[in-house]
Design a protein around this ligand. Sequence first.
Ligand SMILES: C[S@@+](CC[C@H](N)C(=O)[O-])C[C@H]1O[C@@H](n2cnc3c(N)ncnc32)[C@H](O)[C@@H]1O
Length: 282
Amino acid sequence: MSASQAGIWSGPVGDSWVRNAAAYDRALEPLGRAALDLLELGPHQRVLDVGCGTGTTTLEIARRVHPGGSVVGVDVSRPMIEYARARISGETEGENVEFAVLDVEKDDLPGPFDAAFSRLGVMFFDHPTVAFANIASSLKARSRFAFVCFKTPSENPFISIPVEAALAELNGPGMPPRGAAGPFSLADPDMVRGLLESAGFESVVISSGPDEVTLGPASELDDLARQAVEQNPVVMPLLISNAHAREAAVEAAATALRDHVHTGDVRLGAGTWLVEARVADR
Ligand SMILES: C[S@@+](CC[C@H](N)C(=O)[O-])C[C@H]1O[C@@H](n2cnc3c(N)ncnc32)[C@H](O)[C@@H]1O
């Protein structure tokens, strides 16, 4: 991961994910659940949650492997891991949960694990083969990895509509080019299959996942627009460096979202891949 990406997730973008954790979790829950269900987790399993963010999926995994199982959530973002840790301190629910600040591209991962999972936490790697090989080596032979990631920007209007409206008000580059680290880096399923196979996985199965996202109630539209742009690792730094245009950018995102209110909710199309793979025999 480039220094700037690491800085982004431990800086204002990470702070935004902490501040708006409940809203992001509400919107993204169906995406994570679809990938998590593929693992068919049960008691006594030890699981890795990659790019676990503020820890909601990690806590859900802990429930699924109880009793006797455990889960480690790893993330490069210090504020998100601090928030996740605070959620389990003093809770008996947290006894089988650990959180660690780790860069999956650089740091050794604890293990061995029976399974690995990620909700949208594997798209921000500069060297994805290195990161995926690191995940593979933390897993026991034949164990499974499942994650959800995004298809292309045009298939994800719930991201691209507010983000492009905001970017038009800001002075800076647009979304990263195709394939570069960013929310859409794993949009090409053939590339994903190749990456995983060269990282030591086999039996790769890629299928379409949830196809819409409810951002939240229309009564909260202005907040939802702000959250949609502030959670984005491309837009948030531009909001800071263009402080004078910040409110105009958020307002542009809100205007764009107003066309997408359905039965009281702000709901837009999404394009997701559910990816499953197995670690090859060693
Ligand atoms: C889109 S957020 C998803 C967070 C969380 N999984 C969720 O669904 O709420 C992407 C996450 O990946 C993490 N991440 C990005 N690159 C990483 C890396 N190299 N190692 C560990 N975590 C990383 C970010 O810090 C961020 O928390």
